[in-house]
Design a protein around this ligand. Sequence first.
Ligand SMILES: Cc1cc2nc3c(=O)[nH]c(=O)nc-3n(C[C@H](O)[C@H](O)[C@H](O)COP(=O)(O)O)c2cc1C
Length: 321
Amino acid sequence: MTEVKSSRAVDSLFGATVPVLQAGMGGVAQHELAAAVCEAGAFGMVGLYRHQPNEILELIAATARLTDRRFGVNFVPFVLSDDELIERIGVVLQSNPSRPPIVTFFGLPSPQVLGAVAGRADFGVQAGTFADIEQAFDAGASFTVLQTTDAGGHHLGGIDRAQAIRSAKLLKLSARMVFLSGGISTSGEVKSVLDAGFSGVLCGTIFAAALESAAHAEYKQIIVDARAEDTVITDRFSIGWHTHTHRVVRNKTCTDDLMPAHIIGKVHYFGKNHPIPRYSVAVPTRSTEGEIAAMALYCGTSCKSVDRIATAREIVNQLIL
Ligand SMILES: Cc1cc2nc3c(=O)[nH]c(=O)nc-3n(C[C@H](O)[C@H](O)[C@H](O)COP(=O)(O)O)c2cc1C
């Protein structure tokens, strides 16, 4: 069995002694979580989702105040235009020109967007197909993440973990850095991923429930209480981003007949209120008010190992011991 420690390549790119990447979850992975994960020896990322350029600078500065370690930022190309994305990448690269945060993308961005980052910063792409993984490396990605269908949140493809591990040789893992994501929550699972030749894992759900996460307290408790079989893949939470199915904890918004998309809450970010209609893609955070249990409760089968709200350090240790 492989020991759970980072390779020289992972250590030198991410500065992480543990081969674990924390997903840059929009709204949930803010500065406290990303910094705490980095301080625990893994690699933390701030989810930038639809944040405005001035907010991005604030989040990056807040993270840098909490850790001297390298951290990452994450963009979701499906929710921004190419121009918006290129502007935001410019802001990230200028935030610390000598050593900018590592830029990551949820899904393969357009060639224009890849052109804006390639050669200017280290970047990585999470993808759900072997073809997208190849395209990301061809465009100059330093690393990729292959997402499998146990994942919480939106799904980029249809590969399950057993299939990913069986097909590992197609990914030329000895020559390049590929991580695996989706439903991973135990050190045994991390070891089997490393044994198959992957460089490490990316985890979302287990960190969404961390003490330092900005997820709403009620949502964190729902993750703690959920079993893998309480999660479901659906397309119900499609207002704001309708192109991909997602895995969530099953709630009445998934199971009831369709209803009018009335406003069921609001979120307050950077001085502004944003209404949340039923079926919104918005995940409940500490800045959200309203019917939390009816919102998009993104959750992977990895909730199987979440039995309390633990610190990021305890969660990282659970993956390596
Ligand atoms: C609450 C939540 C929000 C997410 N938001 C993002 C995001 O903004 N960007 C991103 O790259 N991935 C996002 N993801 C997906 C993760 O990158 C990853 O594919 C997934 O969490 C892996 O499965 P796991 O949750 O079982 O660990 C999100 C996942 C969750 C659970």
